[in-house]
Design a protein around this ligand. Structure first.
Ligand SMILES: *Cc1c(COP(=O)(O)O)cnc(C)c1O
Length: 236
């Protein structure tokens, strides 16, 4: 990796950390409440190593295979987040490598993971992905379907249901994301109440390069940032 590449990456990371701090300040939150997940799906392995050197410990991959192969190559203390669609037949393979699966988007996948967890005697952390904006092209639970499934899902004791995840529609303005993120938070509050507090659902994974400040203002605890971290870098 060239010195220029390294400097650019350091600068990008520091700009993003400043913007996170600023958004936290605006919304009266502490920076310790927000975890930056570096989404490395389009990043060269060298860049990822450099990010790790710069102190990033949470990495996100969209494809299960790439997550597994990178997890094998990189230090063991990395927290890997699966953020892309997971097929049931890939679930068993990735469980040992993931800190959290953000993309549990159907009852069938949920139940499959719950069974695998019992077999492995582990308690994986998962988020329920919600298609708040009800776009045809998006994965995720329809909010109404999730509410209807919740009485059943909440009885699970082999998974740690940590919270909810969503993706906002893309648009010219990050403000398009605000009502979507707000609805995710409100849905979380409702699920929490309907579980009589059994599930606190502390995590909200919402916000990407184009809208993470809005995510933080609306209560995100996990933000998933790819393109703006790797802006201006080119493969050597
Ligand atoms: C790629 C991806 C991201 C990162 O998006 P950027 O706009 O590149 O920051 C976040 N979340 C999911 C689910 C993704 O697939």
């Amino acid at each position: 990796m060239t010195i220029e590449t390294r400097k650019q990456l350091e600068e990008n990371l520091s700009t993003i950390r400043d913007r996170i701090a600023q958004a936290c300040q605006v919304s009266g939150r502490s920076v310790s409440e927000v975890t930056l997940i570096a989404v490395t799906k389009y990043a060269e392995l060298d860049w990822v190593r450099e990010l790790i050197d710069l102190g990033v410990r949470d990495l996100g991959e969209a494809r299960p295979q790439q997550l597994v192969s990178r997890a094998r190559e990189l230090p063991a203390d990395i927290g890997w987040h699966l953020i892309g669609h997971l097929q049931r037949n890939k679930a068993d393979e990735i469980l040992p490598f993931t800190q959290m699966i953000h993309s549990v988007d159907s009852v069938r996948l949920f139940e499959h993971l719950a069974k695998s967890a019992i077999k492995r005697q582990s308690k994986p952390k998962i988020l329920l992905e919600v298609n708040v904006s009800r776009e045809q092209s998006k994965d995720g639970f329809d909010p109404t379907v999730l509410l209807a499934a919740w009485p059943k899902l909440q009885t699970c004791d082999s998974l740690e249901i940590s919270g909810l995840m969503t993706m906002a529609p893309l648009g010219d303005s990050s403000e398009i994301a605000r009502p979507v993120f707000r609805r995710l938070r409100e849905l979380r509050d409702r699920l929490r109440i309907e579980s009589n507090g059994r599930w606190q659902l502390p995590e909200l994974s919402m916000g990407m390069s184009g809208d993470f400040e809005v995510g933080i203002e609306e209560g995100a605890t996990l933000i998933r940032i790819g393109s703006s971290l790797f802006e201006g870098l080119s493969a050597d």
